[in-house]
Design a binder for this molecule. Structure first.
Ligand code: ADP
Ligand code: MG
Length: 309
């Protein structure tokens, strides 16, 4: 059954984001529930996308277990092992929820960029930089960057996130934590990108969040999903144009086609757009989790092209 909101009587809800709702389980544990909400142009639409919450949860769970070279918040997704108080909700929680370690989120969105897209492309055209860092001239939209860039941004509680300089990032987080999240962000992204490329998905950029449990730094939130990253299909990749996004393209195209002014309330999506979008999320997960002909031997992105042959 589709889910737009989630209530678990008796379990305190401590947050509700654009897509996920977060419940307090005990002193050390939270429950993240991914709904079927979808946002486009920073606005949550009114149609649920069938299975989206389940697919997002499965994708994050897949990566948290695979990317085990960085400690993360993942505990389990199997509802049978959840604490007693959550047992009555097994059916609604099944597949779309994750039990996680409670952390204090750092006030920085840790973005890794491997390709020139979105706001990075805009900044590059205006000033030849990406996140304030100098980038060689002559690059086209969607071109691969010579090296992965870490472009942190503020975690705005309302409105748009804003880019932050490396200097500001260091003063906000402290030297040691700033360096660690920067290095992990790049390593996680590069590993994920090399792996996804073998499954026909190009991850252009992504956002990670980190948090602290006492003094221990861990990866939190979601991990390398189509919601937190730009997924492009490898087969239609072509520098010089804005590549179609893997998952939200039908939604964006439809909203553009009816010239919606991007001011809420958003229009309802036609059923065909909803179904196609759901299929794309499913396809992303199927591709990522499929046992593959090509196996990744190196987390080194420079070997990626070889695997694509
Ligand atoms: N392990 C964790 N401990 C504490 N907070 C977390 C943890 N993992 C994720 N969160 C927080 O849960 C929220 C997830 O909800 P989401 O729908 O992604 O919100 P948003 O619209 O802000 O992206 C985020 O605010 C994130 O910082
Ligand atoms: Mg989020």
């Amino acid at each position: 059954m589709d889910m737009l909101t989630c209530e678990l009587p008796g379990i305190p809800k401590i947050g509700s984001g654009k897509v996920r709702e977060i419940f307090d389980v005990d002193r050390e544990t939270l429950l993240l529930v991914a709904t079927d909400r979808i946002s486009a142009f920073d606005c949550v639409l009114s149609n649920p996308i069938p299975d989206k919450g389940k697919i997002l949860t499965q994708i994050s769970s897949f990566w948290f277990q695979k990317l085990d070279f960085v400690p993360n918040h993942y505990l389990t997704c199997s509802v049978q092992t959840y604490p007693e108080a959550l047992r009555p909700y097994q059916e609604i929680l099944s597949g779309r929820s994750m039990l996680i370690k409670k952390a204090i989120p750092l006030p920085v969105e840790c973005i890794a960029r491997g390709y020139l897209a979105g706001s990075a492309w805009k900044e590059y055209q205006a000033s030849g930089t990406v996140g304030g860092q100098k980038v060689p001239p002559g690059l086209q939209q969607a071109d691969r960057l010579p090296s992965t860039l870490f472009t942190p941004s503020t975690k705005a509680t309302s409105g748009h996130d804003e880019n932050m300089s490396w200097k500001d990032c260091r003063s906000l987080l402290g030297e040691e934590i700033a360096r660690q999240v920067r290095d992990w962000t790049i390593e996680l992204y590069e590993y994920g990108r090399a792996y996804a490329a073998t499954r026909g998905i190009l991850i252009a950029d992504t956002k990670f969040e980190f948090g602290l449990i006492d003094d221990e730094l861990i990866l939190i939130d979601e991990c390398l999903t189509p919601d937190s990253s730009r997924f492009w299909p490898v087969t239609s990749y072509q520098p010089g144009i804005s590549p179609p996004s893997f998952d939200k393209q039908f939604v964006r195209d439809y909203l553009e086609s009816i010239s919606w002014n991007k001011v809420p309330p958003p229009p309802l999506l036609p059923e065909a757009v909803v179904i196609k979008t759901s299929e794309k999320y499913q396809e992303a997960y199927t591709r990522l989790s499929s046992p593959n002909q090509n196996t990744v031997h190196h987390p080194d992105p420079d070997h990626t092209d070889f695997f694509l042959m």
